[in-house]
Write a new protein. Structure first.
Length: 324
């Protein structure tokens, strides 16, 4: 096997590792915190981009498919990193515009292959990733208590971007292959960091201290921290001085919900009481939603319907009929 083939095998192993780690975050870890989905998607996106290089090494005959998937992965890395840092609970129509370029670019790559335009598309994708990384780093630095894992993910994504720039500057297939190896090193590194920080074992073997459970219960049921608009797992855990993973496990044990689900549950339960309070009849329902921590009427109505199966108005009317 020549050097390029060896590089292809090593990069291919990194891609397989990325998909394996992504399946763990999208499966087991997602039950602890739904935002682990973004971390899993970041790994898949990076895996797709490196996989494109592997296809060039070992299976050039399927280049159109490889180019299309590779561009989609490349253009999705930035948005996924941004959603992770912003603690975005789920993809909505409002933020779906981030994926216009990934989708249109992937389709275009499939159509134009083979063509010099392929390189132009990938250069544009790499430049867009740079913009997302700059904005993400600025946002992370501005946070009072940035997540350690978020910083590691940013380092990985930035390292992959450097490797991709090196590939664009490469003047031979050997240098191009070496760029794929550089990107793969950061995937191996994040996998090592997962074991080093006990990410795999925390969801299975860590015993929850009674004091931790009591503090989380106190924060939800008496301190009402869920009322704080924009509160995230990181800010919540920072205020209690409890690691985020222990907060998520405590919430799961106490309320059988993820952290975002618990926030919405307590907010909705408080609003249900407000809707039946005669002293609050003159207040708008949206105003009540803001008071308990919701950041938008749409988020409130969606959460209320999901938890109660009714709209606030129908819930209020049914309660009045039952008490009549």
């Amino acid at each position: 096997m020549n050097a390029i083939g060896l590089f292809g095998v090593l990069s291919g192993s990194a891609v397989a590792l990325a998909f394996f780690l992504a399946s763990f975050f999208l499966g087991i870890k997602r039950r602890e915190d739904s935002r682990h989905v973004w971390l899993g998607l970041i790994l898949i996106a990076i895996g797709l981009r490196i996989g494109k290089s592997v296809i060039y090494f070992l299976a050039n005959e399927i280049a159109p498919i490889g180019l299309s998937l590779g561009f989609f992965g490349l253009a999705c890395i930035g948005p996924f990193v941004w959603f992770l840092l912003k603690d975005t609970a789920a993809l909505t129509f409002k933020n779906a515009w981030h994926f216009i370029i990934p989708i249109t670019g992937a389709v275009s790559c499939f159509i134009v292959t083979p063509s010099p335009l392929e390189t132009t598309f990938y250069q544009i994708g790499t430049a867009i990733l740079m913009i997302y990384l700059i904005v993400s780093w600025m946002f992370a630095i501005s946070r009072n208590q940035p997540s350690i894992w978020n910083r590691k993910v940013l380092i990985m994504a930035t390292g992959v971007w450097v490797a991709l720039v090196y590939q664009h500057l490469a003047n031979s297939m050997m240098h191009y292959a070496f760029g794929a190896i550089i990107a793969s090193v950061f995937l191996y590194w994040i996998f090592y960091q997962s074991f080093k920080s006990a990410v795999f074992s925390k969801g299975l073997s860590v015993k929850l201290p009674d004091q931790t459970l009591a503090e989380v219960r106190e924060a939800f049921e008496n301190q009402n921290l869920y009322r704080k608009q924009g509160i995230t797992l990181q800010t919540f855990s920072g205020q209690l001085s409890i690691p985020p993973y222990l907060v998520t496990r405590s919430v799961k044990k106490l309320y059988d919900r993820t952290f975002p689900e618990a926030l919405n549950y307590f907010r909705v339960e408080e609003i249900k009481q407000m809707l039946l309070d005669p002293d609050k009849e003159h207040l708008k329902i949206e105003s009540l939603a803001y008071d308990v921590g919701f950041t938008s009427p749409s988020a409130f109505y969606a959460a209320f319907k999901k938890i109660t199966g009714q709209t606030p108005t129908s819930y209020q009317k049914d309660a009045e009929l039952m008490s009549a």
